[in-house]
Structures are given as structure tokens and as C-alpha cells.
Design a protein around this ligand. Structure first.
Ligand code: NDP
Length: 629
């Protein structure tokens, strides 16, 4: 044990070694190339299983002021904020059969969100909706998407079941031409690209993947015709089926309990265990919601993200498993630090900003941490303490010792998406459920009959891919369409050597195009928060451009260059932390900072939102070149 620690019930040095060992055996040289794109013979993995009726309509060749691509929360928020700004001439294009985006596609049994619903559901104060529980589920979220669409009358502006094929800038017209799979050619002055960062399912590039003769699907296209049941479970058709799930990320954690309850036999193929913390869902107290003052939701989500990533807060409003590591730390620094609020800010910043540690902030000190230990160490200890509690849950809830050990995550809490579930771990106590622990290696092969690992073939009737979504691959590949800007240059060409944007939203050569998403922008645990801020930003720009009589908006060369430099500079702040993490999509599969400009804003979302707010308050649209198309 370190000389600097006392009364710890774990050995930090031993844990540090174990974390490194577990990480090192998982980093693969092929990074993102270990996955296969769902095209060609794999295209059936992305067909829409939820369509009730196919819409028939003639192709459109009309013109609108704004085309918004994507009917998820991003597209809906953009539309809502445009309506609020009095901009009504827009059209939403969505490939699914309805609004919802992520929540349209991800209807797997048990699908739910473990960001508190009071911060996750945007526009709650405007819609007056009261989520039933602290943590909502997929059916209620989809219902809420419909509520937003109805409140802001989005159905009348929507082209559903329509997939964008390309967006082309027409220099002569000064318009985008938005082409679709229904032969539409819609002219638009502005295009909002809100196609979702986790939209394109990915499959492991495993030998024999298409040889399997049984049934197969990806979790984001759940085949209820095969399994029976619905998002609430009841998968009765599986009673005589042997089922394999590949992957143990946030999605698998939610659907595995339902599969375990229904299938004759379930094999869960694990490469890296998730961190499974307490969920403890609770019904909403309607009196509490109705008694909240105006602006409560914005305060609450800001408070939550502040604790997670770095600003000063005086209390933890959400107070759940996401923020617990900080409470552990605050508990340990109470009374002795310069000021509790100040420490809270520093501490939170330290999580995603290891450089901050080096500023020499010292002595945050307690009965657990001695006087000479710096904040970095204190944070690391709080994280170990938190993860020891998570690992202890596996021992407490899983009867078989080997299985319990295999289910323990050995990495820092935010290296991967933390999960919160009360039924996942006990599922492994069922006689019909087997954890196949591949110990970081992944499965070896898929055969016509099943899955091979370590010389054993597991024969199954169905393989379910819970293997997640593409992150970090080419933008157009993930979006599913190409964007051609000035001179016919594609966005893939422009970004082939790394992202280049102004504020993550504009890219020179692509005038009047607005990009939504975390790239060179904010990365939040509450993704809808970030989308809402982007929508507010978009509405501000369009309103102000209009006031000035401008119809052409483009990032200046200098502003874009400076923003890329800012992103690169700030990416250093998170690089150390990320490079010590087990691989996953949070850290580019362990290949950290290969192209630092591809990062999100390293100063954290609260700093980013403040920066954008300040930029807007100037009312000058600095960094944007305005003219008339
Ligand atoms: P993830 O990318 O998180 O998980 C993919 C899983 O597949 C990982 O366990 C991965 O292992 C595994 N895998 C990949 N290749 C192989 C292989 N060759 N052999 C065995 N296993 C393999 O995807 P999810 O769909 O689970 O989640 C995506 C994101 O969606 C989450 O991070 C979260 O942001 C969001 N989400 C949120 C939910 C919530 O609010 N509760 C619920 C569901 C999703 P490895 O870890 O080793 O790479």
C-alpha cells in the first residue's frame, strides 16, 4: 500500500497494475477496423422491422428554407427552436417510420435510459410532461418524442420513411439539393445534419459471420416476430430456443435479463465486463415536479453535467450512481479544503482533465488521504473506492465465484459507459444462462451452427449482436449519405485527414450546412442537453443572419483554423486519462489522440456551453462570413 494512504480497504498499487494488465490485453492494432460495415450481404441488419405500413407518395422537387436531416431528439429540438424563433418553413427528413431516432430503433426488451428522466427529456417545462419514473424506459421515451412532435406540429413538416441519398451544394442557385431514396430533389437554403452519433450498427469482422444458418439480428433492429414479446419483455417464442448474445455493453446489460428469463438456453459472450451499479428506480412524485420553479430543468441538467465534468457546484441535485464517485471524494475532503464548492469544481474537473492535477493543487485531505497527496491521487482513490463497490456487487449478487470474478470491471468508472441495473448480475444465477468469458479476446469464429471460443463450439438457434454502433469511422459512412460542398468537394474528402469545423457546427466549403453532434463540440452524459444547446445556437445564428439580410453563412478560414487548434490543444487535457483506459468507443478503441482534432471539446461541456453563450451574447456572429446567396 502507498505510504500516503491510510485506512483503505483496497491496495491502490495492486489495482493500478491490474487495470493496466486488463487494458493492455484488450488493445488491438486494428482499432476500428475490427468491425464490419453493415452493407452488401450484411445490409439486412439495418432493415426497419418496425414499419407498420409503407407510405406511398410522389417525389418532391420543391423548395424550403431549412431541411433538417434526422427525426431524433436533435432534429426535433432544432425544429422546435426554429418554430420558437418564428422560422416555420422547414422540412424534417427521417428514414424511420416515425420520430424518435435512437428510440425509434432501439426497442429491444428492457431498453431504457439511465440518465435521470428529469434531465434527459428535453423541453419538459414546455411540454408539461411528467415522466413516470426517475429513469424512463423506451416506450415512454418514444411516447415523449411523439408528444414533442405534436406540440411543435412537426408531423406536418415531416417526410418519414425517407432516406437522404446526398446533399449537394448548388453554387449557381445558392441552395442545397437534398436527394433521397424516393427520388426527391428538395432545394433548401440551409441544411441541418442531425443524423445521430450512434446511428450505424456495427458487427465484429469475425471469420464465418455470414455462414451461420440460424436466425440473427442486431439489438437496434429487434426481431419481435422471432422472439415474441415487446420492450417490456415476455419473449415467449424463445422458450425452446438456444440464444447467444455477443457483447456486454449498456444494451446487452438491459436485454440479457429478459433473454435469460425466456430462452431455453442463453450464452452471453463477454469481452469486457461493464460496470453494473445500483439502479434503484423510483416513481416520480408529481407534487415535486409541479412545485419546481421556472428554469428548474436547465439548472438540474447543468448541475448534473457540472459535477460530471468540471464546474463549481454547491449541491448534487441528481445524486445517483453517476455522481457518487464525487460524493465519495467530497466526503473525504470535507472541512479541510479551502472551500467545499471550490474543491468540488476542481475535483470534477480533474476527472476529465488530468492536466489539472499537475497545477499542483495539494492536500485535499482526510482520514483517508494524507497531507501530501495531490488531487489526482485523491480522485484516483475515490474512483477505486467507487469501483470496489461496483465489483463487490458482483460477489454479492452472483453465486458462482468464477462467474462473479469474470463480471468485475477493472478500469476507471468513466473509461466505458457505466451501467445501472438491478437484474443483470442475478441473471447469471439461472441454470439456463452461461457467461462465456473471452477475457478480452472476443469470440474466435462463427460457424453454420453457432459460435466458437477457445475450441468449444456453442450450438445455438439465434445470435443477437449487441455489438454497438460505429464511432470514429468516415462521417458519410455513418450518416449513410454524402455531403458535397463547394466545387463538388465531399465532406469525406475534406475530413479525410481529420475533422475541421468552427464550433463543431460549421465547416468551410459547406456553406449553410449545420452539423449537430459531439465532434469538435460538447460531449455530455445527457446527450439531449448538448443537442438542445446546439439547437439554441442554430436558431440564434439563423435569426441574426436574417436580421442582417444575410442568406449565406460560412465559417471563415481563420476562425475554423483557430477552432481546430483549440480542439487539438484541449484534447491534451483528456489524453492521459483516455490512454490509461480499456479500449472502447470513448477512447477510439485505445488509439488515443491519433488525430487529436477528431476529439470533442476537451474543456468539458459546461465550459463549451459557456463559450457558446458568450459568443452569442456578442451578437456579432464572429468567425462567420455573412453574405447573400
Ligand atoms: P457498446 O459499443 O457499448 O458495446 C458493444 C459490446 O460488444 C461491448 O461489450 C464489446 O466488447 C462487445 N464486442 C465487440 N466486438 C466483440 C467481439 N468480437 N467479441 C465479443 N464481444 C465483442 O454498444 P451498446 O449498444 O451496448 O451501447 C452503445 C451506447 O448506447 C452506450 O455506450 C450508451 O451510450 C448508449 N446506451 C445507453 C443505455 C442507457 O442509458 N442505459 C442503454 C443502451 C445503450 P468490448 O467492451 O470489449 O469492446
Amino acid at each position: 500500500m502507498n505510504a500516503g494512504t491510510k485506512s483503505l480497504n483496497f491496495d491502490p498499487d495492486a489495482l493500478a497494475k491490474k487495470y493496466k494488465l486488463e487494458r493492455d490485453k484488450r488493445v488491438r492494432p486494428d482499432g476500428n477496423d475490427q468491425y464490419r460495415e453493415v452493407v452488401g450481404e450484411f445490409a439486412y441488419f439495418v432493415e426497419d422491422p418496425y414499419l407498420k405500413e409503407e407510405i406511398e407518395r410522389d417525389p418532391l422537387e420543391d423548395e424550403v428554407e431549412v431541411v433538417i436531416i434526422g427525426g431524433g431528439f436533435g432534429g426535433m429540438l432544432a425544429a422546435a427552436r426554429l418554430r420558437e424563433a418564428g422560422i416555420n418553413d422547414f422540412r424534417l427528413i427521417e428514414k424511420g417510420g416515425d420520430f424518435g431516432g435512437t428510440w425509434y430503433w432501439n426497442r429491444y426488451p428492457g431498453a431504457s435510459c439511465d440518465i435521470e428522466s428529469y434531465v434527459y427529456f428535453p423541453l419538459l417545462e414546455k411540454t408539461g410532461f411528467v415522466p413516470k419514473m426517475k429513469y424512463t424506459n423506451a416506450p415512454e421515451t418514444l411516447e415523449y418524442c411523439h408528444r414533442i412532435a405534436e406540440k411543435y406540429q412537426l408531423y406536418e413538416n415531416a417526410l418519414l420513411q425517407t432516406e437522404v441519398a446526398s446533399t449537394d451544394w448548388d453554387e449557381t442557385l445558392g441552395r442545397w439539393i437534398v436527394s433521397t431514396n424516393r427520388q426527391d430533389a428538395i432545394k433548401a437554403r440551409y441544411v441541418v445534419q442531425s443524423n445521430g452519433p450512434l446511428n450505424r450498427p456495427k458487427l465484429p469482422a469475425i471469420e464465418g459471420i455470414n455462414d451461420f444458418k440460424g436466425h440473427t439480428f442486431h439489438t437496434s433492429r429487434w426481431d419481435y416476430g422471432y422472439t415474441g414479446g415487446d420492450s417490456n419483455g415476455g419473449l415467449t417464442h424463445l422458450a425452446d430456443k438456444r440464444v447467444a448474445v455477443i457483447g456486454t455493453g449498456a444494451t446487452a446489460v438491459q436485454c440479457v435479463p429478459h433473454l435469460g428469463a425466456a430462452a431455453k438456453a442463453l450464452y452471453v459472450f463477454q469481452r469486457t465486463p461493464s460496470s453494473i451499479d445500483v439502479r434503484n428506480n423510483q416513481p416520480t412524485d408529481p407534487d415535486w415536479m409541479s412545485s419546481q420553479p421556472t428554469g428548474w430543468q436547465d439548472n438540474r441538467r447543468k448541475n448534473f453535467e457540472s459535477i460530471m465534468t468540471g464546474a463549481v457546484v454547491s449541491e448534487d441535485l441528481v445524486a445517483d450512481g453517476w455522481t457518487e464517485a464525487f460524493r465519495l471524494l467530497f466526503g473525504s475532503v470535507r472541512d479541510k479544503a479551502p472551500s467545499k464548492a471550490k474543491i468540488a469544481g476542481w475535483a470534477a474537473m480533474g476527472l476529465l482533465n488530468p492536466d489539472f492535477y499537475r497545477l499542483g493543487i495539494k492536500q485535499y485531505l482526510t482520514n483517508k488521504v494524507t497531507e501530501h497527496m495531490d488531487l489526482a491521487k485523491a480522485l484516483e482513490l475515490a474512483d477505486y473506492e467507487k469501483m470496489e463497490k461496483v465489483r463487490a456487487r458482483a460477489d454479492a449478487l452472483v453465486e458462482d465465484e468464477t462467474t462473479a470474478e469474470a463480471l468485475k470491471p477493472y478500469y476507471r468508472q468513466f473509461c466505458k459507459r457505466p451501467c445501472f441495473h438491478d437484474e443483470y448480475l442475478p441473471t447469471f444465477n439461472r441454470d439456463n444462462v452461461t457467461l462465456v468469458n473471452t477475457d478480452g479476446r472476443g469470440i474466435d469464429q462463427i460457424t453454420p451452427r453457432g459460435i466458437v471460443f477457445d475450441g468449444t463450439e456453442y450450438e445455438v438457434d439465434c445470435i443477437i449482436f449487441a455489438t454497438g454502433f460505429e464511432v470514429g469511422t468516415d462521417y458519410a459512412r455513418r450518416a449513410g449519405y454524402q455531403i458535397y460542398g463547394r466545387g463538388g468537394q465531399s465532406i469525406s474528402e475534406k475530413w479525410s485527414n481529420g475533422l475541421s469545423t468552427f464550433h463543431g457546427m460549421h465547416s468551410r466549403g459547406f456553406p449553410n450546412a449545420f452539423f449537430f453532434g459531439p465532434a469538435q463540440s460538447a460531449f455530455t452524459a445527457t446527450y439531449t442537453y448538448s443537442l438542445d444547446e446546439q439547437s439554441i445556437h442554430l436558431a440564434h445564428i439563423l435569426t441574426n443572419a436574417k436580421k442582417r439580410g444575410a442568406t449565406l453563412i460560412e465559417a471563415s478560414e481563420v476562425a475554423e483554423k483557430q477552432w481546430v487548434e483549440t480542439i487539438i490543444e484541449k484534447s491534451r487535457l483528456t489524453a492521459d486519462f483516455q490512454s490509461q483506459c480499456t479500449p472502447g468507443y470513448y477512447n477510439n478503441e485505445g488509439h488515443v489522440n491519433v488525430k487529436p482534432q477528431n476529439s470533442t471539446y476537451g474543456g468539458g461541456p459546461i465550459e463549451f456551453f459557456a463559450l457558446m453563450k458568450k459568443w452569442r451574447s456578442n451578437n456579432k456572429l464572429e468567425g462567420l462570413e455573412l453574405s447573400q446567396a
